[in-house]
Write a protein that binds this ligand. Structure first.
Ligand SMILES: C[C@](O)(CO)[C@H](O)COP(=O)(O)OP(=O)(O)OC[C@H]1O[C@@H](n2ccc(N)nc2=O)[C@H](O)[C@@H]1O
Ligand SMILES: Nc1ncnc2c1ncn2[C@@H]1O[C@H](COP(=O)(O)OP(=O)(O)OP(=O)(O)O)[C@@H](O)[C@H]1O
Length: 313
């Protein structure tokens, strides 16, 4: 772990500077699962929104062509900083797309023939719980694509980054955009949405403190199509929207029921629901003061639960 990761915009002694991206936490305000596809993935209809807070990724150029990742922050422990990390996988995929003959190295001596242009030192501050339904790893990969697109001056637009993102994970194209979206397919069909009442909405996220993998939750879906998503208004999302993965996630992790019950009784709550494949649940509030009061009350009563308060972007 880095002792002193560089700060955003900090000028380093060699004259280079550090670039920074936030990996915004994702929430599925509604997640309708329509059918299991032949390729094993599920066709979804979902309203994605993003919180104005999350993990933080910093990068500085290095001229030796090496690509390294160091992780700190409250959820760094146990997270592999090797080539399986989605940040490094995204970096490699971007470099290969822009320059197919690129070989990237790491300081431990991975590459035979590193090209100086594609070097970077990456520092990830992991604030979001891992495997928790708020796209932490997906948001990190998307932030890496946005960040290295700038650092390496690749000049790819969002749609080109989304094509690269799609090969890395279903949630990653939406995380590249990190704005309110209606999402279909297995996660790659994106339609931007401006919903009245949603912009800057106060939100509280609560996780019961145990990781939950995505694949087993989809596997437990009962294969019953409960119908299309009406994303025409926030009211429709609140009253008609569902998270079809909630029953299966609750079987695997009954604590989700307790989190939802506690969120639902907080004063000023407009909507309480599970995000993604769980176990994180969220609540939208009428005011920031109500969201912060609920966070304080829940943190006092359930010290093992993780909470984060913010606004939708
Ligand atoms: C539940 C959501 O987070 C909602 O936004 C996403 O649908 C999941 O996105 P993700 O974590 O990026 O998923 P991936 O890493 O692509 O896939 C993990 C596993 O979840 C299952 N999976 C994922 C997405 C999807 N539309 N159908 C699926 O069945 C598959 O078993 C897959 O092997
Ligand atoms: N940078 C990363 N941060 C978090 N997890 C990562 C990262 N790189 C790889 N992973 C792996 O990805 C898996 C899923 O983690 P992630 O936090 O993205 O799940 P999630 O919150 O359920 O996401 P989603 O909402 O997209 O389903 C974990 O098993 C983890 O080991």
């Amino acid at each position: 772990m880095p002792q002193n990761p560089p700060l955003a915009g900090e000028d380093l002694s060699d004259g280079t500077s550090v670039l920074i991206e936030t990996a915004f936490a994702k929430v599925n305000l509604a997640l309708h699962v329509r059918r299991r596809r032949e390729d094993g993935y599920h066709a979804i209809e979902s309203l994605f929104a993003f919180v104005d807070d999350g993990d933080v990724l910093r990068a500085e150029r290095r001229d030796d062509g090496a690509l390294t990742l160091k992780i700190d922050g409250p959820f760094a422990a146990g997270l592999d900083d090797g080539p399986s990390n989605l940040v490094l996988r995204a970096a490699l995929e971007l470099a290969h797309c822009v320059c197919p003959s690129t070989s990237l190295g790491n300081s431990e001596g991975g590459s035979q023939d590193p090209l100086p242009h594609w070097g970077a030192s990456l520092y990830l501050t992991k604030n979001l719980p891992v495997a928790s339904g708020i796209g932490g790893g997906s948001a990190d990969a998307a932030a890496a694509l946005r960040l290295l697109n700038r650092l390496w001056d690749c000049r790819l637009d969002d749609s080109a980054l989304c094509v690269i993102a799609e090969s890395l994970g279903s949630d990653i194209p939406a995380c590249v955009i990190s704005r309110t979206l209606r999402v279909e397919g297995r996660g790659e069909a994106l339609q931007p949405l401006e919903l009245a009442g949603l912009s800057s909405a106060p939100i509280l996220l609560v996780n019961p403190g145990v990781p939950l993998g995505t694949a087993p939750v989809f596997k437990g879906w009962d294969q019953y199509d409960r119908g299309a998503l009406d994303s025409s208004s926030l009211r429709a999302i609140i009253t008609e929207g569902r998270n079809d993965l909630e029953p299966s996630a609750r079987v695997l992790m009954p604590e989700i029921g307790a989190v939802l019950d506690v969120l639902a009784i907080q004063s000023g709550v407009e909507l309480a629901r599970m995000s993604g494949s769980g176990a994180t649940c969220f609540a939208l509030f009428e005011t920031t003061a109500a969201a912060e009061a609920a966070q304080r009350a829940i943190a006092r009563a359930y010290p093992d639960w993780w909470t984060m308060c913010g606004s939708l972007r």
